[in-house]
Design a protein around this ligand. Structure first.
Ligand code: MOS
Length: 730
């Protein structure tokens, strides 16, 4: 049985709040946590050496050969030395290897012209050998001749285009700026950033007849299977993708990547399973980057401290022909009031690492810069920064006029200010401790909220409960929250629930991207469980609503049965959740507020973040612990964005200079202070059957601005070119 819901109407029944067990929301530990910390969870690169399947004991290893020019064409490949290395089987040149990663949810392989090199580091061949070491050694010995072409390496001067759908304007912003009682016109720059997931990409592929299995680390396996099929020119049913454990994706694993195609092509050719891992250096060169941005923000304020105009112009970059561009202004459309609005979005065409979705694409850098500008405006207008934001919250989406599905920004700002002691700290003013100047800052957190279609199968038997979907868990807690939802709905203790994810042979889940996972797949799980409840109720001769399922017992009126007595063979149901017309009627977003205290050393320019506080609203929180962990992670990214993250391309040749974790700085434990996270109670009727929204990406949005605003409060310096390294503070 499939319970199919097309989500055309909001759901405000709130029935989960009156369920018997209170399992949803509880901060229970990750159900796969013990496997991960004990090394029993097998990650992508470990597949080749694990005893998971006998199939893989005869696995070959492939290493991608990288281009060493930024633009041109390969004219010849001298493979003699590479082939002379003991254990080397073949150097493969196949046009299908040359592709960069597909963008998330593309369902199609990237369209890149296969004979051209479009950036430094682009794969051009694959060396296959009996061992990883031999393949790596031989890959260095392949000599490549190129016919080079002039490359565009500077996003600031490269030719650009203006994608029509990303421009918008209403009213007359220039006039609003002229008439404003206080106005601000300021430009900020953020650098290229890497996803920098802990687990590098790796793919193992093998063929059985005309069907290929790809075992790797991917966020959206059902879409990824279609992308691989498209790249190989075979039917999607002929591809199975397995991604049971993923060591962080952050966008870099949204689409299939070069190692996936290479492994599949080589495995077919050599008739053996082939494992292709990326080195950490290749991770920076091949996995897509977040585009650098140049952002001009214009704000016009009237005498009452109300915004009359907002302008947000962004220049980002990507390779020629790519359709993705960092959606910097995504939340600018609706965060603050003002009838005169202008958005300009320009994409420079460069021969640098392909740009794509990285850790809250858009808002991570867009909200951060908007919130930096708001802090500057508050200072200029002499209005408290929290108060300025509170005054400018719109009643409905200021561009479309649509109502918000729910709106919690004011609550988050007030709650955060209260918990942080904002008013008294600001009144006390800047503090000094020896060489250290102490200051505090704040920013709003805003992130669009999406739902996606998702299918989940649930089976209830006398032994327990099984949940199955191709949905993934990228370290975010999917295994755990789906377990909690089904346990709650069917009255089974979470320990007796088995959840299987990350396999395209299972019903098609949404995948993990854009914070869609929890609400979408959670809704599908809910629907499947509701169907099983109906089946149980009909066996008991009562209405589903009157059925109480708790501790493995079904109770209806004065009758109570052990579930095992009622179930002779497993009850199986699929839930299919499809976003319908409901979401189109509203603007759906998640909300929050960041507060930070920093110490700035006036001698060295060093910044130490002393504390961070985030208050967030994202509908029903499904697990306090996994949700909190994601917010802490996002706020840590924000700290990194403010102080250290910077991917540097060499301006002469286009290679990535900071292409390892020693040179690409991300926060380590010693950099991260106590981070406090508080959730607001919220139920969003537009959040699927759970009234939940995505939380994975909210924590980063604006977090860096709170840190940078605190730096200004401490020492009076506005860093408008991120990150705020000591040289920019002094
Ligand atoms: Mo996310 S950047 O959509 O994985």
């Amino acid at each position: 049985m499939t319970a199919h819901l097309i989500f055309d109407e909001p759901d405000d029944r709130n029935r989960l709040d009156s369920m018997a067990q209170d399992i949803i929301g509880r901060p229970i530990d990750r159900s796969e946590g013990a496997l991960k910390v004990s090394g029993r969870a097998v990650y992508a690169a470990e597949q080749a050496t694990s005893l998971w399947s006998e199939q893989r004991t005869d696995c070959l290893f492939g290493i991608l050969v990288r281009a060493t020019v930024a633009r041109g064409r390969v004219t010849s490949l001298d493979t003699a030395d590479a082939l002379a290395v003991s254990g080397v089987r073949e150097v493969l040149q196949d046009p299908r290897l040359v592709r960069h990663p597909a963008q998330g949810m593309a369902r199609k392989a990237p369209p890149q012209e296969v004979t051209d090199v479009a950036c430094f580091g682009q794969p051009i061949a694959l060396v296959v050998a009996d061992s990883f070491e031999a393949a790596r050694e031989a890959a260095r010995l392949v000599r490549v001749d190129y016919e080079t072409a002039a490359a565009e390496l500077d996003p600031a001067s490269a030719p650009s285009d203006l994608p029509e759908k990303k421009q918008s304007s209403q009213g007359d912003l220039d006039a609003a700026m002229r008439d404003a009682s206080v106005s601000l016109d300021v430009t900020y720059r953020t650098p290229s950033m890497a996803a920098a997931a802990m687990e590098p990409h790796a793919a193992l592929a093998w063929w059985e007849g005309d069907r290929v299995t790809l075992c790797g680390a991917y966020q959206m396996v059902s879409q990824n299977a279609e992308e691989l099929a498209d790249a190989l020119g075979i039917a999607p049913e002929k591809v199975r993708v397995l991604s049971p454990y993923i060591g962080g994706g952050f966008g870099s694993k949204l689409g299939i990547a070069p190692e996936a195609v290479a492994a599949a092509v080589a495995a077919e050719r050599l008739g053996r399973p082939v494992m292709v891992p990326l080195t950490r250096q290749q991770e920076f060169e091949i996995a897509h980057r977040r585009s650098e941005t140049e952002q001009r923000v214009r704000l016009a304020l009237d005498a009452d401290g109300l915004l009359t105009g907002i302008g947000h112009e962004a220049r980002v970059s990507n390779q020629p022909g790519e359709t993705f561009s960092e959606p910097v202004q995504q939340a600018t459309h609706y965060t603050y009031r003002g009838e005169h609005r202008s958005i300009r979005h320009e994409v420079a065409r460069v021969n640098l690492t392909c740009a794509g979705s990285v850790r809250a694409p858009g808002e991570a850098v867009g909200v951060t810069v908007l919130e930096l500008a708001m802090d500057e405006l508050a200072e200029k207008a002499g209005i408290d920064p929290v108060e300025l934001r509170l005054r400018n919250i719109p009643e409905c989406d200021p561009e479309s006029g649509k109502p918000f599905s729910s709106h919690m920004l004011a609550e988050a700002l007030r709650e955060g200010a209260d918990r942080f002691g904002w008013t008294s700290r600001r009144q006390r003013g800047r503090q000094r401790e020896g060489e250290w100047l102490i200051g505090c800052g704040m920013a709003a957190a805003v992130r669009v909220n999406f739902l996606h279609k998702a299918r989940v199968r649930v089976a209830l038997s006398a032994e327990g409960l099984t949940i199955e979907s191709s949905m993934t868990d990228i370290g975010t807690g999917t295994y755990t929250i789906l377990t909690q939802i089904a346990a709650e709905m069917l009255g089974i203790p979470p320990e007796r629930v088995t959840t299987r994810l990350g396999d395209t042979d299972l019903p098609e889940g949404s995948g993990s991207g854009g914070s869609i996972g929890a609400a979408s797949n959670g809704s599908a799980t809910y629907l499947a469980c509701e169907e099983i409840r109906r089946q149980l109720a009909s066996r008991l001769g009562c209405a589903e609503e009157d059925l109480t399922l708790k501790d493995g017992r079904a109770t209806c009126g004065n009758r109570s049965h052990d579930l095992a007595e009622l179930i002779h063979e497993p009850l199986v149901a699929e839930g299919f959740f499809e976003p319908g017309k409901a979401m189109g009627r509203v603007r759906s977003s998640t909300w929050g507020a960041h507060f930070a205290e920093v110490a700035v050393n006036e001698v060295t320019g060093e910044v130490r973040v002393r504390s961070m506080l985030g208050v967030f609203a994202a509908g029903r929180i499904l697990n306090e612990k996994t949700a909190r962990s994601q917010c802490i992670g996002g706020m840590t990214f924000g700290l990194g964005m403010a102080l250290m993250e910077e991917m540097v391309h060499d301006g002469r040749h286009g290679h990535v200079v900071s292409r390892d974790l020693a040179n690409y700085h991300i926060p380590t434990n010693a950099d991260v202070p106590r981070i406090e996270v508080h959730f607001l109670h919220e139920r969003d009727a537009y959040g699927g059957t759970l009234q939940a929204k995505g939380i994975g990406e909210l924590g980063i949005c604006g977090a860096g601005a709170a840190v940078l605003n605190a730096i200004h409060d401490a020492c009076g310096v506005r860093v408008r070119e991120l990150p705020a390294t000591p040289d920019k503070i002094l």
